[in-house]
Design a protein around this ligand. Structure first.
Ligand code: F6P
Length: 324
């Protein structure tokens, strides 16, 4: 293996640029020739494959997003486009590819590896943190910090104006971002798809707290529930408090990557390249129990992620909290 490529696929995350920097520096140190694939799997099909060097990665570690861009490719589902992608890689004598992305990206990677001799190593990268087999996906910490900053700021105005705020986080079908954010920002309510909730219970609690002098509430809800506006109205009609919504949206995907994401980018890439050099043909680098491990794509991309029990327990407290 001499030539090796990297691509970013699916939703971009902060930390991808740090990963690109490590990729170039570590491959060169190992005597390999690094290539960037621009635009994810789309770029594989369109042969946007370019040799990379130190100059391409200088000054990018501080920037969110990904210098080589990302995409969600529909064409990649069709075999003849995947064939084109394989031909393009081979035309550059590339026999190993590192893929940063989520489940969908790893499924695409598996297909390519089944249809060729090219080796693939996946790095979990999604703010949703919804990938089975790994406790951490690149970008999550930065997203959580963006959310923390936003909720802290909303709290200032909520408290000044005696209002309830319903803050919607991303996460697709997964409540990880909402739950961790609610816990770490001192929210009064957290609604996620993984946990049942009873609005009557919340109502009894909030009315009592209001009577005792509480003047504002912060609720964090996961986008998966699609009930942000409904909860805002509930605060007005059932709790009798003026309410607003804040939909955080794509700001959660950007921003200056945290120290944790820069370090994780460093480790993930190092492990991915070491795995490829060690002969692993199709694996995903996973972080668990404080260390890194390689899992077959099937054990990652075709399994459902479950929130850790310890987190779920804390989440249940939100929905059942009552004073004796
Ligand atoms: O998977 C990352 C993510 O940001 C989800 O949290 C969100 O639901 C989705 O992507 C948004 O997708 P798009 O960028 O296509 O609007």
């Amino acid at each position: 293996m001499k030539n090796i490529a990297i691509l970013c696929s699916g939703g971009d995350v902060s930390g991808m640029n740090a990963a690109l920097k490590r990729f170039v520096e570590y491959t060169l140190a190992k005597g390999l020739r690094p290539y960037f694939v621009y635009n994810g799997f789309e770029g594989l099909i369109d042969n946007e494959i370019v040799e990379a060097g130190y100059g391409d990665v200088s000054g990018i570690i501080t920037r969110g997003g990904t210098k080589i861009r990302s995409a969600r490719s529909q064409r990649f589902h069709e075999k003849h486009y995947r064939q084109k992608a394989i031909e393009n890689l081979l035309s550059h004598h590339i026999h190993a590819v590192v893929v940063l992305g989520g489940d969908g990206s790893f499924k695409g990677m598996k297909r390519l590896s089944e249809e060729s001799d090219i080796a693939f190593s996946g790095i979990p990268a999604t703010i949703d943190n919804d990938i089975a087999g790994t406790e951490y996906a690149l970008g999550v910490d930065t997203a959580l910090n963006v959310i923390k900053y936003a909720i802290d700021a909303v709290r200032d105005t909520a408290a000044s104006f005696s209002r309830a705020f319903v803050i919607e986080t991303m996460g697709r079908e997964c409540g990880y971002l909402a739950l961790v954010s609610a816990l770490t920002s001192g929210a009064e309510m957290c609604l996620i798809p993984e946990l049942p909730y009873d609005l009557e219970h919340y109502k009894r609690r909030f009315l009592r707290e209001k009577e005792e002098g509480r003047t504002y509430f912060i609720a964090v809800v996961s986008e998966a529930l699609d009930n942000t506006e409904m909860i805002r109205q509930w605060f007005e009609t059932e709790i009798g408090m003026e309410a607003r919504t804040t939909i955080l949206g794509h700001i959660q995907r950007g921003g200056n990557p945290t120290v944790h994401d820069r370090m994780m980018a460093f480790h993930f890439v190092t492990q991915a390249i070491d795995g490829l050099l060690g002969g692993k043909k199709e694996s995903v680098v996973c972080y668990r129990d404080g260390g890194f491990d390689y899992l077959p794509i099937d054990d990652v991309a075709f399994r459902t992620y479950r929130l850790p029990e310890s987190l779920l327990r804390l989440g249940k407290e939100f929905n059942t909290l009552s004073r004796v």
